[in-house]
Design a protein around this ligand. Sequence first.
Ligand SMILES: [Cu+2]
Length: 153
Amino acid sequence: MKTAFSVLPAFLRAFTLAFVVCCAVGQTPAGAALVVTEAWARVTPGSDVAAAYLTLHNTSKKPVTIISVESSAATMAMIHETKVEGGVSRMRAHEQLVIPPGKTVKLEPEGLHVMLHGLSRPLSPGASVPLVLRLSDGTSLQIAAPVRPLNAQ
Ligand SMILES: [Cu+2]
């Protein structure tokens, strides 16, 4: 006699199979396509804010989009861009950052940077700042940015 219980495993098997098939045809996660180099952060003595810099290279044939940045060392992390307008340096926040296929995007002083607010403790040279880059495909990348002195370029 067939009961509801004997039907259940078959249903679960079908569901599992569908899940495996759907993921097998998906592309490589964007996280694997993104190569991060030259990560570093700059100390700001007497302040609980800091900037971190990275070189992002997209090795894939599709755009990689960073949708947010987090750091366990700060209460808030975001992507900023410094622009000089009319002799005044201003920073604006980027909702996201797209790295086009095969391209490199540099976050460096006087340009794009990761802004850290509310550092839990002062940064000192030799330490490193943990960063998590969250990507639009749901994957994320963990980076450690070594801390350099204020006069680092
Ligand atoms: Cu900033």
